[in-house]
Design a protein around this ligand. Structure first.
Ligand code: UDP
Length: 448
């Protein structure tokens, strides 16, 4: 019989922040169950994660951090998702094979956006569980893409033929289907659609799809997936590394302690959304004129071309009312009693985190699955409201001020958010649906 220390699982995230964080959270939970985890980042991200960790002084327990070059030239932009998608398979497949062989790995948890690695199931006989970083609804939509084309809603190159609401759960506009909205050019959309077809075929090689969601919130979508294992919402470990590329600014927690309960707007747009200068100014002014205090995450690459002097003067102007930081300990912020609502781009991790902590949303989606997540929040769960763009495509400062006030006055939205939080908590506690699924996952991974 294999000794407990030999239970060994490899984890392979796609090299983007919204993928590394949830897979690291899952890894922590597996490490708590006695698994040895080999967490394989690209070299670029490995260095970023270790640097951010060093500043926190944390050491991963049971998690070994490994890395493989991403295949880009050193001078290239190692955060360019489009380029990464193209070069990763050739760069990573053979080093992965070597690692799997030398460590005698039996199970690999593969990010859904790295599904080329499913080939390893055929070539090496390794067992593979896929991890979905998006909702079960989007996963089901992806499996249904051929049907949408058959029904004449899209064509094979991702052009929208019929502008109608796709009646999956939740309803979304055909133009907001991720593989369509992600492609700014015809070429890009064609590539996206063809890639979904190709990877859908490969998905059959996965023994299960681990989802960062829970049965009670996505039951209809989960019904459409035969081998989905919802284990979410994933909780950030109270201590230890969580795979962040930037150090988390903990000073904001002390600042939140000084604010009135349920008063602060938390503003964060995930790891990759970029604002143009005009929209950035409008947001800055909207927060400044709103009636609430705010905590705003402005990543170093959040906007281009902003005048440093102007921004420094702005930060002075809002002192006492607002705090601007580069990167937050998001789950700890969302669980803080001072938080009133979450102005969010509706990335799936942020969506689950807002749900887990019972926070109402001000939704401001940009691309990919974010519109579908917004539809869940506003149309299905009814735990948030939309920020709307004007004719020029700008969310104005008046809109920000008004919608923030409207959301904060709406007691029913808050009540629904709190009810959802209770359901989410129950699902991850002992006996809950996600907890049971997690134990099922653990048992399966123990078959080494
Ligand atoms: N996040 C964080 N601090 C921040 C902003 C974001 O820790 O200041 C985390 C957030 O908790 C989430 C992830 O970054 O886990 C972002 O993932 P999401 O799917 O929401 O958005 P993406 O970055 O993929 O667009």
């Amino acid at each position: 019989m294999a000794a407990a220390t030999q239970l060994h699982v490899m984890v392979l995230p796609f090299p983007a922040q919204g993928h590394v964080i949830p897979l690291m959270e899952l890894s922590h939970r597996l490490a708590d169950q006695g698994f040895k985890i080999d967490f394989v980042n690209t070299e670029f991200n490995h260095d970023r994660v270790l640097k951010a960790l060093a500043e926190k002084g944390a050491i991963p327990g049971g998690i070994r951090m490994l890395s493989i070059p991403d295949g880009l030239d050193p001078a290239d932009d190692h955060t360019d998702i489009g380029k990464l998608v193209q070069v990763l398979p050739a760069a990573m497949l053979s080093p992965l094979e070597k690692m799997i062989r030398s460590e005698k790995i039996k199970w690999v948890i593969v990010d859904v956006s790295m599904s080329w690695a499913l080939e390893l199931a055929t070539t090496m006989g390794v067992r593979i569980a896929l991890f979905s970083t998006y909702s079960a609804a989007i996963f089901a939509l992806r499996m249904n893409l051929p049907k949408l084309i058959e029904d004449g809603i899209l064509d094979e190159t991702g052009n929208v033929k019929k502008h109608e609401m796709v009646q999956l759960m939740p309803p979304i506009d055909a133009a907001e289907i991720p593989w369509v909205s992600l492609g700014s050019t015809q070429e890009r959309r064609r590539y996206n659609i063809q890639n979904v077809f190709k990877t859908n075929r490969l998905m059959a090689l996965a023994e299960m799809i681990i989802c960062n969601t829970f049965r009670e919130i996505e039951s209809e979508a989960l019904e459409l997936l035969s081998n989905a294992l919802p284990v979410g919402p994933l909780l950030a470990p109270a201590s230890g590394p969580t795979g962040h590329f930037l150090p988390e600014d903990m000073t904001c927690l002390t600042w939140l302690d000084t604010q009135a309960p349920g008063s602060v707007i938390y503003v964060a747009f995930g790891s990759s959304t970029i604002f143009d200068v005009a929209q950035f100014h409008e947001l800055a002014n909207g927060l400044a004129v709103s009636d609430q205090p705010f905590l705003w995450v402005v990543r170093p690459n959040f906007t281009n071309g902003i005048q440093e002097d102007w921004f420094n003067e702005y930060k002075d102007r809002i002192k006492g009312k607002g705090l601007v930081i580069s990167w937050a300990p998001q789950q700890r912020v969302l669980s803080h009693p001072s938080i009133a609502c979450f102005m969010s781009h509706c990335g799936w991790n942020s969506t689950m985190e807002g749900v887990l902590h019972g926070v109402p949303f001000l939704c401001w989606p940009y691309f990919s699955d974010q519109f579908c997540n917004q539809s869940y929040i506003c149309n299905v769960w009814k735990t948030g409201i939309k920020l709307c763009r004007d004719k020029q495509g700008v969310v104005t400062q008046e809109e920000i001020k008004n919608k923030a006030a409207q959301l904060l006055e709406d007691k029913e939205i808050k009540e629904r958010a709190v009810t959802l939080k209770t359901t989410a908590r129950a699902s991850i506690q002992e006996g809950g649906s996600s907890h049971q699924n997690f134990l099922e996952l653990v048992n399966l991974l123990r078959e080494q």
